[in-house]
Design a binder for this molecule. Structure first.
Ligand code: PRT
Ligand code: ZN
Length: 212
């Protein structure tokens, strides 16, 4: 019988809650030991532990059938995969921020300015729609320090509590995207895998309803 392969984040903000969700769905699997792949003992599913950024590509290529990632990573990846279910955890937003002493009135502020981000695709589309020309500086981490070191006039990054912005002397000025953890799937699953997915979805929805 075929098994469904689900990719979850190996270590990071989504890991614990992704594992907890599967456990709450009654799925039992050996955990830990730094293994990259594990098999559930009571459900036809294999779990792959990966970097979150790699998951959209693996799901598109059918290395994995399903994945749990942030909506921000899904949208930025531009991969052709299905958003199956919003999971309601790890909520955050992708926002624009500027040094707190900046006089900010509207998005016009950003015209011909430099913005540092790890989300160039989302950001360029956002400003294209507004017909505002900007220069995007792509950096992969510690985006918040970019204005302070003279690399950019503003940043676009994930915000949840806002304390990182605050401690780096920045203020949030516009929200670009709302995000939360989502279940994604390859759009060409064979029927036997679709049936397992239906079962899994039913359990996920029950778990979520029980919490309401
Ligand atoms: O190693 P790997 O590539 O797998 O992980 P990662 O480092 O790329 O991602 P990780 O684990 O940091 O985040 C995984 C996902 O969690 C993100 O893609 C988001 O969907 C979601 N998420 C939720 C967050 C946050 N909240 C969050 N606060 N991702 C990042 N942050 C960071 C943000 O980048 C900023 O540096 O936390 C800081 C802001 O937090 P506040 O609370 O100070 O505003
Ligand atoms: Zn990542």
């Amino acid at each position: 019988m075929s098994k469904l392969k689900i990719a979850i984040q190996k270590s990071g903000r989504l890991s614990e809650k992704s594992i907890k969700l599967l456990e709450e769905c009654g799925i039992k699997f050996p955990n830990g030991g730094g293994k990259l792949i594990t098999e559930a003992t009571n459900f036809p599913i294999e779990i792959l532990f990966l970097r979150d950024d790699d998951i959209p590509q693996y799901v598109e290529q059918q290395v994995a059938d399903l994945g749990i990632i942030g909506e921000n990573v899904l949208v930025e990846s531009k991969k052709k995969i299905n958003l199956v279910e919003k999971l309601g955890f790890s909520s955050c937003r992708l926002s624009l921020a500027v040094p707190k002493e900046t006089q900010y009135e509207s998005l016009e502020f950003f015209r011909n300015k430099r913005i540092a981000t790890s989300y160039p695709n989302i950001l360029s589309e956002y400003f294209q729609k507004l017909q505002i020309e900007v220069t995007i500086e792509v950096i992969s981490g510690s985006v918040e320090i970019a204005p302070g070191i003279g690399l950019a006039d503003g940043i676009c990054d994930i915000v949840s509590s806002g304390s990182t912005l605050l401690s780096n002397g920045l203020k949030e000025v516009e929200k670009v995207l709302d995000s939360q953890a989502v279940l994604v799937a390859n759009h060409d699953l064979e029927d036997s895998k679709k049936q397992i997915l239906e079962k899994l979805l039913f359990r996920i929805q029950s778990v979520r309803k029980a919490k309401e």
